[in-house]
Design a protein around this ligand. Structure first.
Ligand code: PMP
Length: 485
């Protein structure tokens, strides 16, 4: 590429101009005669990879961006494609402490070279990790189970809740996603109520997303489109959940638990309104159910002010579900619960997950937690998140396409609308903005029930300079998309 130089640089061009220049320039090797085997192998073309993918992988495995990315390398908050172009990663929260973090890489490779086996043998690493993890949690969350994925952890949480309460039914939030297994599709309205879904099963009760921007109860009572005309949307949404529970009980259904994210992500990057979760947890417990917090997306300092998102609301769940960033990309999930719930689960049936809590996974998780602390990444998420949020709010003053900017720490959402009064969702525009951002070298995604929320959740090593770069590119992308309308 242009190697960051202003203007021209002899012998280099953008990858998109490569074909043109190859046709115009004589091949210097006609003179130089460097043996072909000394040239690096040309990267596989995007077309050939796409063709193979179509042949070998399931057709509903989705691919990000209109122009798919062929990534070959990652470091920190940067990803590099086969052409050597770099992209600022503002989307992937799995590499919590940064892609290929040397300390995590070293911890995993040293452990793999020494021993990697399951939890049926004694080993100090799983205990060390459980000790460090529970030290970050309030009482009585003190008993750990390790799994190989977030889905597996949510499945286990469901079993714990059923074993403890003796009930079967669950309450979830509309638009939620909790994993890809059969039971979790049932618990994920995003899937079972979406394309290809078979609807909500009888044992699942869906409550509204407490969205104070476009939901039934809004944060701004002066809003002429607010049907509630009432403040305290949190308490009013909590009352809706209590109604869902009451309606289920009136039909003779018994609630084993309430499963929800503490900052709904697929639901649209929503910060729960004040008073919502305390009200919901009280109603669930009054019905004999357990409160399960899915923090697969939001745990480990991402939301800035608190290490766990549930702490910002002053509640403690009975079961906490963790995954994604826990081991910086090494497969791992965890369920942490109370001794009382753990006792109910130990009913004679063995619990075992072959890969869950393997020695290498624990080495990765331990290193990830250590780096999170050593590099002050929670404080960084808070500071850079605030800076980015302010920048996005200032963009909103210039770009009418932005309807709402929200989130906490480095877990942000930018909701795009066609009309700020009617809130008509700008889903197609959001897709265009994300694709334009990819062309401009910044990766982010879209989400929300209308697909109109730009999702920003970078590795936690994201800096203020990265945030400024993102804001600069977003300014261009929003202008370009608005101009093309
Ligand atoms: N819960 C939430 C909130 C998630 O976002 C995801 C994954 N996107 C899962 C659970 C499932 O995790 P996994 O893909 O590791 O099974």
């Amino acid at each position: 590429d242009m190697l960051g130089r202003e203007g021209d640089f002899i012998g280099s061009c953008l990858p998109s101009e490569r074909r043109l220049w190859r046709e115009l320039c004589p091949d210097p090797n006609l003179l130089a005669r460097v043996p072909a085997q000394l040239f690096p192998a040309p990267p596989l073309s995007v077309e050939s990879l796409l063709a193979e993918r179509r042949e070998l992988l399931g057709a509903n495995l989705s691919l990000a961006y209109r122009q798919p990315l062929h990534l070959v390398r990652g470091f920190g908050q940067w990803l590099f494609d086969a052409d050597g172009q770099r992209y600022l990663d503002a989307y992937n929260n799995v590499p919590q402490v940064g892609h290929s973090h040397p300390k995590v890489v070293r911890a995993v490779s040293e452990q793999l070279a020494l021993l990697n086996t399951n939890t049926r043998y004694l080993h100090e690493k799983v205990l060390l990790y459980a000790r460090r993890l529970t030290a970050k949690l309030p009482e009585p969350l003190s008993v750990c189970y390790f799994t190989a994925s977030g889905s597996e952890a949510n499945e286990l949480a469901l079993r714990l809740a059923r074993a403890h309460t003796g009930h079967r039914d669950m309450v979830v939030m509309a638009g939620a996603y909790h994993g890809h297994t059969t039971a979790l599709i049932d618990l994920s309205p995003y899937k079972h109520a979406g394309p290809g879904g078979e609807g909500t099963p009888d044992w699942v009760h869906v409550s509204p997303v407490p969205d104070t921007y476009r939901g039934e109860f809004r944060a701004h009572p002066s809003d002429p489109f607010d049907p509630s005309g009432n403040s305290a949307p949190g308490a009013r949404y909590a009352a809706r959940v209590a109604e869902v529970i009451a309606a289920a009980r009136a039909r003779g259904r018994r609630i084993a638990g309430y499963l929800a994210e503490t900052l709904p992500s697929v639901g649209g990057q929503i910060v729960l309104p004040e008073g919502f979760l305390p009200g919901v947890y009280a109603a669930v417990r009054a019905a004999g159910g357990l409160c399960i917090a899915d923090e697969v997306q939001t745990g480990f300092g991402r939301t800035g002010e608190t290490f766990w998102a549930f702490e910002r609301y002053g509640v403690t769940p009975d079961i906490l579900v963790l995954g994604k960033p826990i081991a910086n990309g090494y497969p791992m999930g965890a369920v942490v619960t109370t001794p009382e719930v753990a006792r109910s689960f130990a009913n004679g049936m063995e619990f075992f997950s072959t890969f869950g809590g393997s020695t290498a996974a624990c080495a990765a998780a331990l290193a990830t937690l250590e780096v999170t602390e050593e590099e002050g990444l929670q404080a960084n998420a808070a500071a850079v998140g605030r800076h980015l949020l302010r920048g996005l709010q200032s963009l909103a003053e210039r770009h009418p396409l932005i309807g709402d900017v929200r989130g906490a720490g480095l877990f942000l959402g930018v909701e795009l609308v066609r009309d700020r009064a009617t809130l008509e969702p700008a889903g197609a525009e959001a897709v265009e903005v994300a694709n334009r951002m990819r062309e401009l070298g910044v990766l982010l995604g879209t989400d929300g029930p209308h697909g109109n929320v730009l999702k920003i959740r970078p590795p936690l090593c994201f800096t203020a300079a990265d945030a400024d770069f993102l804001l600069d590119r977003l300014e261009t992308a929003l202008s370009d998309v608005a101009a093309a309308l």
